[in-house]
Design a protein around this ligand. Sequence first.
Ligand code: HSE
Length: 429
Amino acid sequence: MKEIKIGLIGAGVIGSGVIALLKKNRELIKKRSGCLLTLKSICDLQIKKKNWLTDSEFKLTTDYRQILNDPEIEIVIELIGGTTAALDVILGALKAQKHIVTANKAALSMYYSRIFKTACEHKREVYFEGAIGGGIPIIKVLREGLVGNSIKSIHCIINGTCNFILSKMNKLGMSFSDALADAQRLGFAEANPDLDINGYDAAHKTALLAMLAFNTDIDIRKVYTEGINSLQAIDLAHARELGYTVKLLGIAKNHGSKMEVRVNPCLIPEHSSLGSVENEYNAVLINSDFLGTSLYYGKGAGSYPTASAIASDLTDIAKDIRLKEFNKYKYMPFNAKDLMTAGESAAKYYIRINTIERPGIFSSITAVFARYKISLEKVIQKDFDNLKNIPIMFVTRTCSEKSMTGALGEISRFPFVKGKPVFLRIEEL
Ligand code: HSE
């Protein structure tokens, strides 16, 4: 039986899950796949502090080049994260004729073409199931399960930290800062949660899903990205009264020669499939031409779920090595599609405008909406006790984002309007 030697670079939370899985399920994987996966070397800058790793079991090092220069090692698992050293490891391993498994969505989304061009030049594989949706096998779904389908759209809840925080805000009425503190206390949010709460992690993952779904290249810097840090409890409460819940959604829509790829908080129907995804769970809803709607759900982060995805990548590569197969087609973008600007996109919107009490306010505001050809579906004003700060809510019919932001820009200049109007996109799914 073919034995495949593996080098692991980065023995943090995910790396330790991979070590545990390869130890516990080595026999099971062997029987199922016909390959003996052997973790030979582990590199970590803090290796001396990891006293649960022993020299007798693995070759331990702080220098990743030892793994890249080891001719016995055929697959390198890159789990150091970030975009600088990780890129050196990925490109260095490919050039050293080794296959790569990585969970690094930041490096992949930023350097997609460079990484896959190098992979094709050296006929080596780059697998990254653990980079998107943790343990959910979503890349396999797009590349294999739905290979016969043209993908129309993807809506995904793809950042567990944000979904955890929003679950607390939606269900318990907590403020953003209290919900974030709770997530950090329970270990669901990083000590520095910026990449998550600003939407960048979700943007990296959504862009990668869109690249696979639409077989195109995307400049991650052009993906419209908005996080959850300015959401206010009052808008989540209003959303609930309207039958919606607020989620950070990754959206990828195929509009023919153009595509829409964006990440932003959205109102979605509370009782929809994605509306029911709570806490740290992830879900991806795909609409494709032959299957129709399909939903993929599971744990989107963490040591064991991500290790589960990495094991799947290892066995796929092991099969390719055994069969001496390299299929460059799975890496080749063949569609040139332009990314729509935020303004070009169209949706329904929830809007909140705070005003003082005065006759004629509604007519002034609705006149601006009419001039921008924005039709209103609902207008709501609650009982109020503070005559200097009255929230008025609107739900629009579908309109372009450009019209909506243009109208709100004008409305915000009325002297009776207090503060900046709030708007949130509505996705009826
Ligand atoms: N920080 C990510 C999340 C997990 O909260 O979902 C890693 O991709």
